[in-house]
Write a protein that binds this ligand. Structure first.
Ligand code: PHE
Length: 341
């Protein structure tokens, strides 16, 4: 009987050594030390022994039980450690790999140009004044001295809404009246930036939407010399002292006299090329002295007050700066284009 016990012990220990997972270990435990396991079955045989043999057998079986229990715990700890190591190795993260960069947004190139323009005019004392993109015919045309059916309206073919008289502004000049009415009777020195819309046939030279930065100065003793000085200085600060500028007489219903300002062509440096239509010059803004009718519509007495206004195109300026040849690229929103800036 004692020999059987030794055999069981040796056999169980052997099995324990080969158990390589927590699952097999659990089975081993059930079969060996469990409530109906081999060791228990052995104790039931005690009845077949003589009274003198019984205590020796009892002692022996308890010893074996304890030793198997200890061996089991040791094996369990070892197997768990191995399993954990394997799991860690399998799900290993290579911390030396470079991380994935989040995609960073950036400012649209026109926003960048606009901000540069704000800074320059800000230094000259102009405040930013916002006015709506959706306008009435009155603000966009009539109060700017465009009579109904006047041919000058053809220069700015408009997008109409289903509401009669409500249009998308064709130029930021619509905000001139709003700014004057807001500032009256104080002097005005503002820039009005924003998107404008024209129902143009789209070509590389035009687009149905584009931004403008309008400028307006109203006060006493403002002359054409102030207009020229301000805009020449603006061009000098924006393009550097080397780029030349010139004024050409022009016509707008809301300014009198009117002038357009050109800068030397960025492509041919004044030699003459396709971009500048072989003139050597590129137009960047329209300007003029505020028309007396417009001053009056804004609330200012043209006998006492004078002013100048200008409207410049940030897309044009950006094209000049980077040598871009198609204005439609700005609002196509193709990231391959936009990410370059
Ligand atoms: N509003 C004119 C245009 O869009 C530009 C302009 C503004 C001209 C202010 C004179 C004074 O063409």
């Amino acid at each position: 009987m004692l020999a059987q016990l030794d055999e069981l012990y040796a056999e169980s220990l052997e099995k324990l050594k080969t158990a390589a997972s927590t699952a097999t270990l659990e089975t081993w435990y059930k079969e060996t030390l469990g409530r109906k396991g081999a060791v228990y079955l052995m104790t039931r045989q005690v009845g077949q022994l003589t009274p003198t043999e019984r205590p020796i057998f009892g002692q022996q079986i308890n010893k074996i039980k304890d030793e198997l229990e200890t061996a089991y715990q040791a094996r369990l700890t070892a197997v768990k450690t191995t399993e954990l190591d394997a799991q860690i190795a399998a799900s290993a993260v290579d911390v030396t790999l470079p991380g994935r960069r989040p995609v960073r947004g950036g400012l649209h190139v026109i926003t960048q140009t606009m901000r540069e323009i704000y800074r320059i005019f800000g230094d000259m004392g102009f405040q930013v004044y916002r006015s709506p993109d959706v306008e009435t015919d009155a603000y966009n045309f009539e109060m700017l001295n465009f009579p109904p059916h006047h041919p000058a309206r053809d220069m700015q073919d408009s997008f109409y809404t289903t509401h009669p008289d409500v249009i998308l502004r064709t130029h930021t000049s619509a905000g001139q009246i709003r700014a004057m009415r807001a500032y009256h009777p104080e002097p005005v020195r503002v820039i009005l930036p924003g998107m404008c819309y024209r129902n143009e046939q789209i070509t590389t030279r035009s687009s149905i939407q584009f931004t403008q930065v309008e400028g307006l100065a109203v006060g006493t003793n403002i002359t054409f010399a102030d207009l020229k000085g301000t805009l020449t200085e603006f061009a000098r600060r924006l393009f550097g002292a080397n780029r030349e500028t010139r004024f050409r007489a022009s016509y707008f219903p809301f300014t009198e006299p009117s002038a357009e300002m050109d800068v030397t062509c960025f492509l041919c440096e004044g030699e003459g090329c396709q971009v500048c239509k072989y003139t050597g010059w590129l137009e960047i803004l329209g300007s003029g002295m505020v028309h007396p009718v417009v001053l009056r519509n804004g609330g200012y007495d043209p006998e006492q007050y004078t002013g100048f206004a200008f409207g410049l195109g940030p897309e044009r300026i950006t094209m000049l700066k980077y040598g871009i040849n198609d204005i439609r690229l700005f609002w196509d929103n193709d990231l391959r284009f936009l990410q370059q800036f």
